[in-house]
Design a protein around this ligand. Structure first.
Ligand code: P1T
Length: 379
């Protein structure tokens, strides 16, 4: 099935009771049973909900996975993956990642005896050097948030598979339209559905996709036991969002490329972080494992002044100053004080996330209008 058909028909079956083409919002907490234990496959809405079932089927289809689970947020999905582990287990993860993931790892799970080792995952040798007998999981973000670093998923899978170490990839920045980690050997794909999958900045949600039934069952057990499930209205909104993913992503990529090239030529702009530049260290890998380069990019001003960066951040009109990304409208963000504020300053700076870094989520407005907005703000 070609992409456009896949996104529109993923998980979509007419509703069995009415034929409704869109799966209804089953706004119910429980289901009436014919006799104890005799039911139609739905018992209690924390465990199952038909709107969520339709969405989970769609999630699996769009990531070329056999199974998928929906969670109440991206961090809830990540939380479920880490809960597969036992005290004493070790996780190798990237040194550039969403601040909330870092906070979950360091502030919540470390105290339960799980050890996180942060390395530059763009070099597979850094991962192999950190593997011990206790390593149970490698957690990758690619492209990373916010520095747009690229890791070769297939090379990392070649390291983890023979050692039976789980490989999970946070595919939020790419979206399934640009990259399918399961096809490259990952065991679990995670999405902050809040972003490109929802696509309209109106939902907080997360998902996990996987091929292995035993792994699915363990994660389903955690989903229903810990209870971080999305409501049916949110599932409906995401079912609707997915239908236009391919159309939106094409526009995000086109606008992202135009703005990245424009910024690169701007006399006041310093480094631009975008994997579509031929001189980006991850360009060749991005070209191999992604279908295009996406709508996320970061940059610093040439004079690297935090004060000047703050002026830009508060001067744009079409780019709204806000956390989050992946919606149809453009956003501008200051990672150091906003999305990545929970990472200690020394850690951030050591890994290249400076106080003057500006991150853009390029939306699907007219590119010339977006460039005009940035031109005025940069001056
Ligand atoms: O916000 P939530 O749906 O819980 O997803 C968390 C998350 C996980 N992974 C990545 C790569 C993310 O970017 C996020 C959320 N990020 C932002 C809110 C942000 O502005 O970067």
């Amino acid at each position: 099935m070609k992409e456009a058909t896949k996104y529109i028909h993923a998980g979509a079956e007419p509703d069995p009771s009415t034929g409704a083409i869109m799966t209804p919002i089953y706004q119910t907490s429980t289901y009436v049973q014919e006799a104890p234990g005799k039911n139609k496959g739905y018992e209690y809405a924390r465990s199952q909900n038909p709107t969520r079932t339709a969405l989970e089927k769609a999630f699996a289809v769009i990531e070329n996975a056999k199974y998928a689970l929906a969670f109440s947020s991206g961090v809830a999905a990540t939380d479920a993956v880490i809960k597969l582990l036992e005290p004493g287990d070790e996780v190798i993860c990237g040194n550039d990642m969403y601040g909330g993931t870092y906070r979950l790892f360091t502030k919540v799970f470390e105290k339960f005896g799980i050890k996180f080792i942060y390395v530059d995952t763009t070099k597979a040798s850094n991962i192999s050097a950190s593997i011990t007998g206790k390593t149970k999981l490698v957690w990758l973000e690619t492209p990373t948030n916010p520095l747009m670093n690229i890791t070769d998923i297939a090379s990392v899978a070649a390291l983890t598979k023979p050692k039976k170490i789980l490989l999970a990839v946070d595919n939020t920045f790419a979206s399934p339209y640009l990259q399918n980690p399961i096809d490259l050997g990952a065991d679990i794909v995670m999405h902050s559905v809040t972003k490109y999958l929802g696509g309209h900045s109106d939902v907080i949600q997360g998902s996990l996709m996987m091929d292995d039934l035993e792994l699915r069952d363990k994660l389903y057990f955690l989903q229903k036991s810990c209870g971080a499930v999305p409501g049916p209205m949110d599932c409906f909104l995401v079912l609707r969002g997915i239908k236009t993913l391919h159309v939106r992503m094409k526009a995000h990529c086109e606008n992202g490329a135009k703005i990245a090239h424009w910024l690169k030529k701007h006399p006041k702009v310093g480094k631009v972080y975008w994997p579509g530049f031929e001189d980006h260290p991850g360009y060749a890998i991005a070209k191999k494992q992604m279908r295009d380069f996406g709508g996320m990019l970061s940059f610093v001003l040439k004079n690297d002044s935090v004060q000047e960066a703050m002026k830009v951040l508060s001067s744009t009109k079409l780019f709204s100053l806000a956390e989050s990304l992946g919606g149809v409208e453009s956003l501008i963000n200051h990672p150091a004080s906003m999305t990545h504020a929970s990472i200690p300053k020394e850690e951030r700076i050591k890994n290249g996330l400076t106080d003057s870094l500006i991150r853009l989520s390029v939306g699907i407005e007219d590119a010339d209008d977006l460039i005009g907005d940035l031109a005025k703000a940069i001056g």
